[in-house]
Write a protein that binds this ligand. Structure first.
Ligand SMILES: C[S@@+](CC[C@H](N)C(=O)[O-])C[C@H]1O[C@@H](n2cnc3c(N)ncnc32)[C@H](O)[C@@H]1O
Length: 239
């Protein structure tokens, strides 16, 4: 049975309101690989983390077809659907076969994956001998997702350190963004928790909750700086 993504229901608002990652993060990650032929952005969503400017080709995959339909069109980025029913071999084949990928990014998505399967694909598909795995992701509220709650400190990460976080010690970053309470609430409405609850008939952002937020914020139009916490881990495939 094909598993659907909790993001299927919120694709349009996700694209409209989720803050974009700073460009310099992509430059930093791409500077860690000597080849720039192919990158894989796993759990790409609308492709905002696809490092298109830095690699000749980017394969951007997601379990959610509705999300992929919102993919930012870019000549170097190819969006491909990867339902959970695909085997490891099938995913590796989609990634142009073994030893082909120079960089892998998994942004705000690793906690949704079957991690041993993802790592195994990473090892088969990483370009060798200079194979690289780079993972980065940011944290928003994700109730029920253990690794995110633990700020990815307990995420198994069986890759060689390249000086940008390592197992148990992600690099902590911040993404400050100016926004009104109205926008902040729209961002929250794209979270998997809100979407999943809605699918089950529970509406989390009720009028009362919204009112409480607006009062605490100081008015719905007041612009405040919201600091999104980010945790980054990068590593290379062990020889
Ligand atoms: C929070 S979104 C992050 C999207 C994008 N990487 C970003 O940073 O904006 C998580 C994405 O992971 C996708 N996803 C969840 N489970 C997945 C899986 N097992 N395989 C591939 N994608 C998955 C969801 O459909 C969703 O698009």
């Amino acid at each position: 049975m094909t598993m659907h993504s909790p993001y299927d229901m919120v694709t349009k608002s996700y694209v409209a309101v989720r803050p974009q990652y700073p460009d310099q993060w992509f430059s930093k990650l791409s500077a860690l690989t000597s080849c720039h032929a192919l990158a894989w952005d796993a759990g790409t969503g609308n492709g905002q983390a696809a490092v298109a400017e830095h690699y000749e080709r980017v394969i951007a995959t997601d379990i959610s077809e509705p999300m992929l339909k919102q993919g930012i069109p870019r000549p170097r980025v190819q969006y491909l659907h990867t339902p959970s029913s695909l085997s490891e071999d099938e995913v590796v084949a989609m990634l142009r076969g073994e030893n082909s990928v120079d960089l892998i990014t998994v942004a705000t998505a690793i906690h949704w994956f079957d991690i041993p399967k993802l790592y195994s694909i990473a090892k088969w598909s990483s370009a060798s001998p200079e194979g690289r795995l780079r993972e980065f992701y940011r944290l928003y509220s994700k109730p029920g997702v253990q690794y995110a709650f633990e700020e990815y400190r307990n995420l198994p990460f069986a890759f060689e350190s390249v000086g940008l976080g390592c197992e148990g010690q992600p690099v902590e970053l911040e993404m400050p963004r100016e926004m009104s309470c109205e926008t902040f609430l729209r961002v929250q409405s794209t979270s998997s928790a809100v979407a999943t609850a809605k699918q089950n008939g529970v509406y989390l952002l009720t009028d009362d909750v919204v009112k409480e937020f607006k009062t605490a914020w100081g008015g719905s139009e007041l612009v405040r700086t919201v600091k999104f916490k980010v945790f980054m881990l990068a590593g290379s495939v062990k020889a």
